[in-house]
Design a binder for this molecule. Sequence first.
Ligand code: PLP
Ligand code: COI
Length: 344
Amino acid sequence: MKEMAEIEKNLEWESLGFNYYRTEWNARFYYRDGAWSEMELSDSEYFPMHISAACLHYGLEIFEGLKAFRGIDGRIRMFRPEENAARMQSSAAKLCLPAPTTEMFVNACAEIVRRNPDFVPPYGTGASLYLRPLLIGTNPVLGVKPATEATFIVFASPVGAYFREGLRPISAVIDRDQDRAAPRGTGDVKVGGNYASSILSGSRAHGLGHSNVLYLDTHERKYIEEFGAANFFAVRGNTYITPKSNSILPSITNKSLRELAPTLGLEVEERPVSIEELESFDEVGACGTAAVISPVTKLIDIQTGRIYSYGDHIGRYSQKMFDALQDIQYGRVEDKFGWMVDVE
Ligand code: PLP
Ligand code: COI
């Protein structure tokens, strides 16, 4: 077994990217004979697995991503963990995996935050502690069938803002060469396979100097779906517009923005969004746990060569939504929605 990486505690918080850093403790639960074990805490980054485990062969793997923030008052809070628990349960249902209960999920996340206090970045650095809950089918298989044994793991890694300056404009491409998710497939749940099928087009976009791929619907290639690791939103006038589709991931950030938008004077439309509308938008952005809000100032349609530009500055409403969301996450304003869960 490989030696564990040294634990590096004196991280340069301001320059953290979205990378894995070893923390001290992770949590594991094992599902066997129809029941979940108690939580086991481990200080190892590894765990033994059967060479024929279902997750290794047939992609029986789902995950989540959420953040814990050290607030302006020094307290540590997680953002909407019950929502991630619910989404993990719907992902598990779609892959016929046994699901952790909401209580197991939220308690394990809180425990891992409490056990890794040195890795929760200080307030004011723009960094946070990212939690990665992971559920895999572990029993040996050769035939394709539902897993009878599973392991649920929660580990943490401190992360910086996805784009270093926080709210930094990015460019993205529309790529019709590779689809991310089929209409009645797994696009609406958080399974590893969705990311596997976005790697090639993502690499192509990076090779062309862009940060992200915007996927279209696979049937007509007419409607906007989402980015590779974030939902799509646009602002036109005083309306927040975001796609409705059964093959995109129901983003908790997007859901929160739809709830915040009316408090900022925005109306909300969640509906099919045609690519023909792209030229009419005032602001376009990607939203998600890792991305928070990333304004997209340029969209390039690879196949048609068409370029959509949204100025070189951060849109007024993107900035307002970013501030309103982070004010709640860092405890700078009252959490009227009851989103934050105090872990102390
Ligand atoms: N869409 C995809 C494909 C994602 O990977 C993510 C990241 O989790 C999101 C959207 C945003 O979801 P959330 O806001 O819940 O993080
Ligand atoms: C997140 O925003 O939590 C994600 O899961 C994105 C990740 C795939 C990089």
